[in-house]
Design a protein around this ligand. Structure first.
Ligand SMILES: Cc1cc2nc3c(=O)[nH]c(=O)nc-3n(C[C@H](O)[C@H](O)[C@H](O)COP(=O)(O)O)c2cc1C
Length: 141
């Protein structure tokens, strides 16, 4: 199994168009036994995909080459023992929270690579909205 997370930019994509892309993606991902989450806010995307490595090998390059977004940066790309997401869909947390969740998942699996203790990882995995507020107040300042 493989875990893959990236962020990208789609400043001109509307919410309705994005939701239509994800509705189709949901069906295709389910057929490929791929789970995960995706967040879209203020033109920023962050998506986690988990599934059989062979299926991700086919799908990830297709997604990354999609002209509806750009500026792709990989956050995590790792082999994992099992999928942590039963399904695939949009989440209402910020893209940053999705990226932090991916980092925490990979940190936990690759024990010893993180300097953060288990309690800190638990905090990140519970997706606290604090980082969203920090982003918004930084933008407003
Ligand atoms: C940000 C973003 C995320 C996407 N995520 C997925 C995905 O998880 N699964 C999927 O099958 N297609 C996803 N797509 C769509 C693919 O890039 C591609 O358009 C699609 O697989 C092609 O199939 P279609 O021509 O039948 O739409 C995504 C596209 C974008 C822009």
């Amino acid at each position: 199994m493989r875990h893959y997370c990236y962020t990208s930019l789609a400043p001109d994509l509307g919410d309705a168009e994005f939701e239509a892309i994800i509705a189709r993606a949901h069906q295709r991902n389910r057929a490929l036994a791929i789970g995960g989450i995706v967040s879209f806010r203020n033109g920023v995307i962050c998506q986690i995909l988990e599934g059989p490595a062979k299926n991700l090998e086919v799908l990830v390059p297709v997604i990354l080459a999609d002209p509806r977004h750009c500026g792709v940066a990989t956050i995590s790309d790792a082999r994992i023992p099992a999928i942590g997401f039963a399904d695939f869909g949009m989440v209402r947390v910020s893209p940053l929270d999705v990226a932090l969740r991916s980092i925490a998942i990979i940190d936990r699996i690759g024990a010893g690579r993180s300097k953060s203790g288990p309690a800190q990882l638990d905090l990140v995995l519970s997706a606290p909205p604090r980082s969203v507020h920090l982003l918004q107040s930084a933008g407003a300042a």
